[in-house]
Design a binder for this molecule. Structure first.
Ligand code: NAD
Length: 303
């Protein structure tokens, strides 16, 4: 089993982005701007947003965090998005999901200008992804494709399963793999005989959010395993069973440990796998930065 090392590959992407941003600053006189909107107090969302802001700043992006409390109205967020659409210093806008339950996310996301839509949430961009006509692609699936490309893993012709059909990960992941000539099965909570289906696969992407969604008995030898899931494990015994050693060692300091959807025993059967943490999550942040740079280039007609 070989690691698809998100830590290493994301660093490569970040240092390329940093170089490009320095050149942009010299040529255009400003750096790319990213605005991230967060509403409510979901601790996982807060920690993702913190990491996105930190990495963006390290790369030289000007990132602004706009925080609303949980009782915010749709109109307040939409008004902010309209301002950001008109702000020439902002190239990318990201609304961190999930939003508090009383808000209609579609109504809000429809207001992001398609040319500033850094994670491709707008319906126009979702359509462009399917047509393979988008200039940027959603951060998590695009990060996974970059990771596979970095290690020269040929996607063409693979039998691939994507588990989870969210519009931010599962559906676009299936589209991106199809665009790269894999034969894709998109699975979800109502899929019948998932284990039997998975045993026929060369590549499995799991984006569910439940530990042990994919276990060793469900996979064939030499399968490629991509673990998107992020699960917080608050019980030490469960952490020992589910998390990798390094992560379990952090349990006493943090009071929790993180694991993905795919079991350690399944990884042992794989040819390539993404660890959690240290895999897809870091690539997602790197692609957010790469996409912001791409949108900046488009705004200045540099591409
Ligand atoms: P979601 O939470 O919106 O939906 C989960 C999906 O899993 C649904 O489509 C559902 O049908 C499917 N599902 C649920 N139970 C299932 C089962 N038993 N068998 C098969 N399918 C089942 O999905 P999301 O927002 O894409 O998030 C999924 C996971 O990925 C979460 O853990 C989230 O935290 C993580 N995530 C990670 C990153 C990253 O950068 N690593 C990015 C986004 C999401």
């Amino acid at each position: 089993m070989n690691i698809l090392d998100g830590k290493h590959v994301s660093q490569v992407i970040l240092s390329n982005a940093k170089q490009q941003i320095e050149q942009m600053q010299a040529k255009i006189g400003r750096v790319p701007g990213l605005a991230v909107i967060i509403a409510g107090n979901n601790p996982a969302s807060a920690s993702y947003v913190k990491s996105k802001a930190k990495k963006s700043a390290q790369a030289g992006i000007h990132s602004t965090l706009i925080e609303f409390d949980a009782a915010v109205s749709e109109e307040q967020i939409i008004d902010k998005i309209i301002d950001l659409n008109q702000d020439a210093s902002v190239d990318g806008i990201l609304v961190q999901l999930p939003l508090p339950g009383h808000l209609n996310q579609w109504k809000i996301l429809d207001h992001i200008h398609p040319k500033k839509d850094v994670d491709c949430f707008h319906p126009l961009n979702q359509g462009r992804i399917l047509l393979d006509r988008s200039s940027i692609f959603p951060c998590t699936p695009a990060g996974i494709i970059k990771l596979l490309d970095y290690y020269n893993i040929e996607i063409k012709g693979l039998n691939a399963a994507v588990i989870g059909r969210s519009f931010i990960v599962g559906k676009p992941m299936a589209a991106l793999l199809t665009n790269r000539h894999a034969t894709v099965t998109l699975c979800h909570s109502r899929t019948r005989n998932l284990p039997e289906l998975l045993r026929r696969m060369d590549l499995i992407v799991s984006a569910v959010g439940i530990p042990d969604t994919v276990t060793a008995d469900m996979v064939t030898e030499n399968v490629i395993l991509i673990d998107v899931g992020i699960n917080h494990i608050a019980n030490y015994e469960d952490a020992v069973r589910l998390c990798d050693q390094e992560e379990t060692a952090k349990f006493s300091r943090k009071g929790y440990a993180i694991t993905g959807d795919i079991s350690k025993q399944a990884f042992k059967k794989s040819s390539w796998f993404t660890p959690v943490p240290g895999g897809v999550g870091l690539m997602t942040v790197a692609l957010l930065i790469e996409n912001t740079v791409a949108l900046f280039n488009q705004h200045h007609s540099l591409v």
